[in-house]
Design a protein around this ligand. Sequence first.
Ligand SMILES: Cc1ncc(C[n+]2csc(CCOP(=O)(O)OP(=O)(O)O)c2C)c(N)n1
Ligand SMILES: [Mg+2]
Length: 375
Amino acid sequence: MATQTAGSAAADDPARTGDRADPAALSPHLTADDRVALLRHMLLMRAIEARALTLYRQGRVPGSFYDGFGQEAVSVGAAFAMAAQDRLCILHRDLGAHLVRGVEPPRILAQYMGRASGVTGGRDGNVHFGDPALGCVPMVSMLPDMMCVATGMAMAFKLRGEARVALTFFGDGSTSRGDFHEAMNWAGVQRLPVVFVLENNQYAYSTPLEKQFAVDPVERARVYGFPGVTVDGNDVEAVFEAVWVARERALAGEGPTLIEAVTMRMHGHAAHDDMRYVPPEQLAAWAARDPIERQERRLVELGVDVAALRAEVEAEVEAAAAEALAAPMPDPADATRGVFAVGEAQPLGDGRAPWSGFANDAPARANGGDSGAVR
Ligand SMILES: Cc1ncc(C[n+]2csc(CCOP(=O)(O)OP(=O)(O)O)c2C)c(N)n1
Ligand SMILES: [Mg+2]
């Protein structure tokens, strides 16, 4: 069996050899520009979800509406640490990961409203989607099946000797399911290049942590033979660094890492849920630890005009909403397209991850980040 090693793709990466460190950053792998990009993506995620919630209440978003309000640091920080050739299994609270991979806001809002220009062309709403060409694997609804999908992809990378890593998000509720244990066991036995990001947001629907497990699930990693790390899930730079280290470990052939990002679901399970089961003082305590305000405070110290960045993001989201609202509904005759696989198998693309810590080459940014290269 081929051994997973840190290939030339990783060794040649300018992000690893260049002068990246911003002395004020929590991670030595972040530049000042990266730190602003992290904030920008969190602001985008929050603004898109706030706009979409209004559209939902106006009856323009069919089905239900799930968001990751308060959890922006997890998906943004984790996705930012992954390279274009990596694969991400993105769940219902992880919009930031789609954004970091390069899915444009008008496509996302069109997706939520079932428009033809959405990622799935109107086949699902705001949860089960992903652009495979950008390395985003569409979500399987049964939780946490994506842990098995990510583990399977990592197995393929290992068998092919490819220097790439799979990452999957999943919630605290998932840790009570068998798939969690199956994926962790196989990944540990095979030392697979996979990063498991457990998004501990204090609740699985209305069930609090103390009714889910007697021992923090991060401790289970050890019994499957790999490290379990707890990180402040409301600190985007801390999440980035933990995932960076886990990815390095995976590329070095040392196997998986379980990262528990501790955060809080600041909204109900979905838009219909008034979350009356959440004590107000718990919400207030977490509101004081808001991940966006935290990153803003750091950047203000660096002299960044945070108000201007906020205004720019608000304007971008307003324009994206207008574009999505003007987009046509799908043609009903198209409804059965993609139900069965026909013709040649389409390999997943290598993604763009245009603003990730791995995409700092000027030409790639200048042409929209689509260098097409596997670094
Ligand atoms: C096997 C399975 N059971 C139930 C559901 C319905 N469901 C969707 S999200 C959710 C809550 C999951 O909680 P958690 O894993 O903590 O994720 P969170 O929503 O808090 O991010 C449930 C019960 C599902 N998708 N799959
Ligand atoms: Mg949860």
